[in-house]
Design a protein around this ligand. Sequence first.
Ligand SMILES: C[S@@+](CC[C@H](N)C(=O)[O-])C[C@H]1O[C@@H](n2cnc3c(N)ncnc32)[C@H](O)[C@@H]1O
Length: 512
Amino acid sequence: MALSRSLPELAHVISHPQPSFDAGADHFSGPFTPAVETSRVKLLEALDELQALIVGPAGHVFFLSFLIPAHTATLHTLYKFEIAKHVPLDEPISYTDLAARCGLSESSTRRRVRAAISLRIFDETSAGLVQHNAASLALGTTTLHDWLGMATEELAPAALKIAESTEKYPACDDPTKSPFSLANNGNGEKDLFGIVSDQPARMERFAKAMAWSMKVPGMEPRYTVDNLGWEHNCPKVVVDVGGGMGDLCKAMLDTYPSIETAIVEDLPEVAAQGELAVLPEHKGRLMFQPYSFFTEQVVKDADVYVWRCVLHDWPDSYAETILRNQIPALKPGARLIFNERCLAAPKARDHVQEQFARACDTHMQSCANAKERTYDDWASLFAKVDPRFRLQSVSTLLHSALSIIEVVWMGDTKQTEHLDAQSQAPIKEDPIDDTSIGQASVDRSSVDVPKDYLMASDEYETSTDGSELSYLPEKAIPMIGGTWKPDGGCREVRIVDSSRVSRHWLSDDEGD
Ligand SMILES: C[S@@+](CC[C@H](N)C(=O)[O-])C[C@H]1O[C@@H](n2cnc3c(N)ncnc32)[C@H](O)[C@@H]1O
């Protein structure tokens, strides 16, 4: 895992459409074709490597430790005094006027805004006036502002309590003793949701921040929605458990007209917020249902239950309770789709994606003593709750931060034990057949699902005279003439077929 690329090699990575921070530029420097998205990931990794190399080993640690607290303070001030919202959309403003609008002294305003300008948020004109650039405009006009509030007022104080909580409660998996609880005087009695649920403004900010996070590259619902295979046999009733403001369901309804009803379940305060934001085109198909998953599931016999970024909020013992509470509602063949991270071992050239994955894991620890899970964590969680949960497949699409983990409820069908031919380990034969799967549930029998993918790793191609560089993105190529292939290729696919206990672990080149 050494930093091994030479500077010319790193410079070669730059072959990317020109992005911009000018007001009016795309908020994520998109739009992304799959090739641009691949180049973006490569470039970010190269820049991270380049910065570390240039500042040097000790400088690297110094930069992180010195800059991060200062950046957090600046970002928090921007949020608390709504500085971006007070800058006019289309004309500059003086520091004196901006300070008056924000209720700050002129000197504090100038110091924080200039610190923000150093972070490429806002611009200053040659006449010394403040004006928006694309980053400050996004902050002033979108729910990125709620995200900033959640990050600086909820995540940051909790993260600083991790060391204290680890010392005070070693190996604790009680969310009421989480770093977040320590930071919020939960006193071992209240978890995060217990703490914020009677504070509507905080609840609303959480919900809006989560909804905003679906715009972040890699987190967009399209990765999930476009790759469920539902074009072949679409479920009629879908429940999104802990679905927040319902954005995933909205995308599903738009993509699959055959879905008759999508029900978003969440805590009463969140469900009420979601109800207010139902668009006219979804009326009659999209419902909000107040429900706590610490009680028995109230929507019975749905075809699919979706869980996006929900179980990562809960330690295993709680996740087990949540899953057990679903069992009475499940009909044989019902699908549970967990759209969550599936942590892998660190790879040589994946530091930036790893930083995000590990940051999520860190925040799960600080918020709830919870965690992001590996493939084995997921498999053992389902197995421990009930062997009738069959882990069907885990796929991680190229550039998607989240995996699609598909579980089928096998119901009370009789199971016969056989020995696996190779290992002689007992295996459960799966007696469920397609006729026992509910009519509206996903029936993959009509779909030619490839069992194996060949990973064609991404590469650069230079023209014969060496002058031009073109990029060939990584692809997942189905090995047996199947028709089902996730759009844009797969980074990793595991098809788990418990009736034959066959597992396929396919990943891109680990040694890259
Ligand atoms: C991390 S957010 C994910 C939201 C949404 N699925 C998404 O992907 O944006 C977790 C969600 O679980 C909800 N939640 C927390 N405790 C809950 C409970 N006991 N019952 C139902 N939902 C709950 C939260 O309100 C929140 O909307």
